[in-house]
Ligand binder design. Structure first.
Ligand SMILES: C[S@@+](CC[C@H](N)C(=O)[O-])C[C@H]1O[C@@H](n2cnc3c(N)ncnc32)[C@H](O)[C@@H]1O
Length: 385
């Protein structure tokens, strides 16, 4: 495909997205009808679409509208590329610019590329660093890997990744973290990944997991999902880690991932919880706004509404209340979110302590995209002894 044809494809995907089709579905719909597109074409179309979603407000301002065509026009201007050279109408490229499009577009300085109602919530987190935080959301997040110490060391993993075209750099802040400097698209086809030496996991998550003093005995990952945290905890301590999720199908890949990592993580069905006894620690990595990961998943910020945020907050409180009785006396209830909002983090912890006599906050911390790559919150709550 020519560069112009890729832009035209991205315009179509964005028009589907604006009509309510989830972005991954819209990309799949396009891909099915584009048998001629190679993997490089598909990657570029995806990049264009995600570049727009990260900076949709700026793209709309610079392109003069919200249609897929205007957004792509604005994206090119934001990237300092003259659209006239690509909007030519030749070889499936977008048709030539109209006179109005040629002069459309305002400077985007005043545009926050997040929903306006979330700006005070973000300001509440970072204060005067708000402009810098908002700017991070316009750019791609770096990819981090976690080295599985049961399988490899960091130095060996770096060498092995390099042989497969992935340049990885050790991050000094946590001993398991590697930042992928180049070759990110090769990670999943690398031997190091296939052999379980590395797993994609964000730096902020690795920092949070390293900040918790995981006990021995038994640890339950109560909201295990794909099992990324359960795998990391299994690697970090000698405890037996078990996994549970209210939607067990979300854990479908966990047995395979655990086998690749060389660990065994028993899965507890919701019906087995009542007879599973209590645990030394229970991790609740709860559903949240995802506001810490908006540059990785920019669609999430445009879909979030105040109503949805309120629902999530209710769900978070309910999950903590469900999980608390599963913790042994003196044990830990570890609360984690990838949200930057105090309402989902500190306020949930405070409200939990107010509802549950004898519980206390042992430690908490948060990274933002300004201090690590994603935003990620953790709190360790202690049960009465
Ligand atoms: C943020 S995701 C977890 C991600 C996962 N820990 C990981 O590292 O990949 C939240 C998970 O909580 C689960 N969940 C939602 N409500 C729940 C509940 N009441 N009890 C247990 N799990 C719940 C969801 O199905 C979802 O898989």
């Amino acid at each position: 495909m020519t560069p112009g044809a890729r832009l035209q494809a991205a315009i179509g995907v964005l028009d589907q997205w604006s009509a309510g089709v989830p972005v991954e579905q819209a990309l799949t719909n396009w891909g099915r009808g584009a048998r001629y597109a190679g993997s490089g074409d598909r990657a570029m179309v995806r990049d264009h679409v995600y570049d727009v979603l990260r900076a949709r407000g700026s793209c709309a301002a610079l392109g003069g509208g919200e249609t897929g065509r205007a957004l792509i026009l604005g994206m090119l201007r934001l990237q300092g590329i003259d659209p006239a050279g690509l909007f030519t109408g030749a070889a499936h490229a977008p048709s030539a610019l109209s006179d109005a499009e040629g002069v459309a577009g305002a400077t985007p300085e005043a545009v926050a590329d997040v929903p306006g109602w979330t700006v005070p919530l973000l300001h509440d987190r970072v204060g005067g660093d708000l402009p810098a935080l908002l700017d991070t959301f316009r750019h791609r997040a770096p990819l981090y890997l976690r080295v599985n110490r049961r399988r490899s060391t960091r130095a060996v993993a770096i060498d092995r990744l390099s042989a497969d075209g992935v340049e990885a750099i050790a991050d000094p802040r946590v001993e398991t973290a590697l930042e992928v400097a180049s070759g990110a698209r090769q990670v999943k086809s690398s031997v190091a990944y296939a052999e379980g030496w590395v797993e994609p996991q964000d730096l902020s998550v690795q920092l949070a997991l390293a900040a918790v003093d995981w006990p021995g005995g038994r640890i339950l990952d109560y909201c295990a999902g794909g099992g990324g945290k359960a795998l990391a905890i299994s690697d970090a301590c000698a405890a037996q880690v078990l996994a549970h999720d209210a939607a067990p199908r979300r854990m479908a890949d966990l047995p395979l991932r655990a086998e690749r990592a060389g660990v065994h993580i028993p899965i507890l069905a919701p019906s087995q919880l009542a007879s599973a006894g209590r645990f030394d620690a229970v991790l609740c990595d709860v559903p949240c706004s995802g506001s810490g990961t908006w540059r990785r998943d920019p669609e999430a910020k445009w879909r979030l509404t105040p109503t949805r945020l309120a629902e999530l907050e209710q769900m978070q409180a309910a999950i903590l209340d469900e999980a608390a009785p599963l913790v042994l006396p003196g044990g830990q209830l570890v609360y984690m979110t990838c949200s930057l909002f105090r309402r989902e983090n500190e306020a949930q912890v405070d409200a939990f302590i107010a509802r549950h006599a004898g519980w206390w906050l042992d430690r908490s911390g948060i990274d933002t995209p300004l201090s690590a790559s994603d935003g990620f919150f953790h709190a360790v709550l202690r049960a009465p002894a």
